[in-house]
Ligand binder design. Sequence first.
Ligand SMILES: Nc1nc2c(ncn2[C@@H]2O[C@H](COP(=O)(O)OP(=O)(O)OP(=O)(O)O)[C@@H](O)[C@H]2O)c(=O)[nH]1
Ligand SMILES: [Mg+2]
Length: 830
Amino acid sequence: MKYLIIDFPSLTPTITTPDFISGSGYVKRLYPAPDVKWCVVQKEYQLIVPIEAAHLYDAVILWARAATAAMRAGLPPTDGATLIKLLRPTTYRSVQGFDVNMDTAGDAEGNFTVIGLVTDSHTPSGWSAAPVATFRYLNSTDLLPELIGANTISWIGGKPPAAEPACGFDGVKCSLPHDPGVLSAICAVTAAAILAVALLVRHYRYEQKLASVLWRIEAKDLTFITALNGINCDKIGLPQEMETRRAHTTIALYKGSIVAIKSLQKKSIDITRNIKKELKQIRELRHENLVAFVGVCVEAGSACIVSAYCSRGSLARVLADRDLHLDDMFVASLVADLLRGLIYLHDSTLVSHGNLTSSNCLVDSRWVLQIADYGLHTLKNGCTDAEDALRMERRMLWRAPELLRDPNPPTRGSQKGDMYSFGIILYEILGRNGPWGDTNLTNAEIIGRVRHPIGGVLFRPPLTNVKAHPAVLEVLKLCLSERPERRPDVRIAKLRLKQMHAGMKTNIFDNMLAMMEKYAMNLEVLVAAKTEQLMQEKRRTDELLNRMLPRTVAEALKRGERFQAESYDCVTIYFSDIVGFTKLAATNTPMQIVEILNDLYTCCDAIISYYNVYKVETIGDAYMVVGGLPERCARHAAEVASLALHVLDSVPKIPMRHMPASRLHIRIGIHSGQCAAGVVGVKMPRYCLFGDTVNTAARMESSGEPQKIHVSNDTYLLLKKHGGYHFRERGIVNIKGKGEMKTWWLVGEDHERRRNSFSRYQPGLDSIELENEPWRPPERSILNIRDRARLSCGSVSFGSALSSPGPPACACFVPPRDHHSAPVVSFCEE
Ligand SMILES: Nc1nc2c(ncn2[C@@H]2O[C@H](COP(=O)(O)OP(=O)(O)OP(=O)(O)O)[C@@H](O)[C@H]2O)c(=O)[nH]1
Ligand SMILES: [Mg+2]
């Protein structure tokens, strides 16, 4: 049997090497031979062979090469060890198409191809993977292959990735040393370095601040103001209020603000490091109750301290001003301010004041107390003021006994010493009689007694005449204690003095604001109440005016305008008159007549409020009403006719107080026609009607009969057109001044029709049973007549009358069944 071994690399599916092609030609030639066994044959030149076959091929070739070399060297080709020695290391071309490098240990490595992305216009993405470089062993002795064609690779980021991560593949390169000793040493050194740097920076900054001359004020920047009385405030920009007040100290203008100047009478001024420290320290202090330090002006051997100016002067001066009444609120506020300032000072780097006196407590324009002359002890030391001895002595009045006795007292004093000084100031505030009250002793004597009590009796300001709360007096006594440790701490003192300003704000300004707020609130309430009263008065006046004049007329007159008279084409005028009034007047007293008429008109007024009519006036016993003005209404005749029927029915039911058995009877006359209406005259203006229609209507009444409604033919025609009214013809009547006229008696109204009409607007009112009670006199002479405006076209008036609370003021409000068992509705066509 013959074997044909064809070995191909698996990575190369299409074998195209020359060896293979020649081999395949050979295979082709062998093909007909029946005794040749095939491995795999695909189509022409397209053979897929297992990788093992390719390796086997290479192995056989290598073996053959070694065997040939052995035979040439005269060595036995059958000795495996010899062949291996001859074989390694070597480079050979594999049947797979690439060179293979075999090292001395026999490890064979082929060449590697780098596949990279290359632009490819044939693919949808525009990219495809293709061999871009190769790894090759250039020499058989090379340990690693060389990259050939690396420059053709397009790397992400422009360069190949690092061969190894920065900390190595397992992070070893970055790990800390594990030795705890080394570790703590590193930490300590680092901390020390940081600390040293921080200290250096701090020191540097401190030195910078010390060296900086932010506190320095140039003399040229200070404009001294010698006397306020003579200066023009506007010129130097001072507030006007300053003009009337003296400064009490040297003041100057610095950068647009007024400052107080305190000169230091020193022989020489040397700004030492200690003074610089003090200046830096004092510049950093800022509190509402400390006078703000502005700076120091050092010029030609002299120096002055510049600080904010407090316009109301020292506390000593404020207390000495007898014209100034200091109430509890002021006192509490001043004490609270002083304590707040002192707390801040005691908590600050200054620790204590050392020279707390009432002349070192200043009051600003807002009545806020501010502590002055704190700190700068080194700078102030050694002053040679001519007045120094006296001033020094006066200062001692506030000084604590232990400090007085001390031959070398601390320049900055002590906190307990400050509390003693506070006690003396509190005494000054409460007593308003100086730091030691009313005494004949000189300052030196007082100081001497405080320093050395005579006979062991302590010398203190007399508290007998001091009027204050017991708790306040207690604090005062404690502050003046001989033993410093008995004196309260400033915070404790503040706590105990809290009740001085119980219920008040601690600051005068806030207190004043609170008072003003309260006052403003009260004022608001007062104004609201007065406004309400005014509105009520206005409503009453308007109501009265509206009763006397039509609303439109009243409005025009209120605005001060003239009301233009208006002409109306057709209105209906109603006149009524009491039958036998002359006789009635003769048999009753005038007051009884007034009563009768008042009852009658009140009833009529109440009735007309249900109709869209306007009451023009009453003349004696005559009552005049018009329908169709001042607001035009097409139903004027019907409104007046219904009103007449209503009145005619109600009047006989009005009982006469003096003649219970008698009844009133009236005549009613109605006529329709043209008329004019307007206000005539200026005084007591009245809305009057003019025209013949008025006369005719009056004639209709006078020519009528008791308890009858006399209607002219014009009104009759209008009512007939409207429908629903019942008439009886009177015939031709001779009317005085008019001649013969055809007239009618209005006898009734088709109330069912009206009732139905009303039900259209007020469903359910059909069922309301209206009582026809006898009339009672009203409780008030003027009834609250319903607002006629509600009777404007289309509105329903009766519903509101029914729903009004309380009993009806007048029973004749209730329409009787025969005329108005249904509520009245105005149906205006306009
Ligand atoms: N109106 C007003 N008076 C001031 C101001 N500063 C100081 N004074 C007053 O000027 C006067 C002199 O003040 P200083 O030189 O501080 O003397 P002193 O306060 O009496 O005493 P020492 O401060 O202890 O030296 C005192 O009556 C102060 O009350 C201020 O800003 N406004
Ligand atoms: Mg002072």
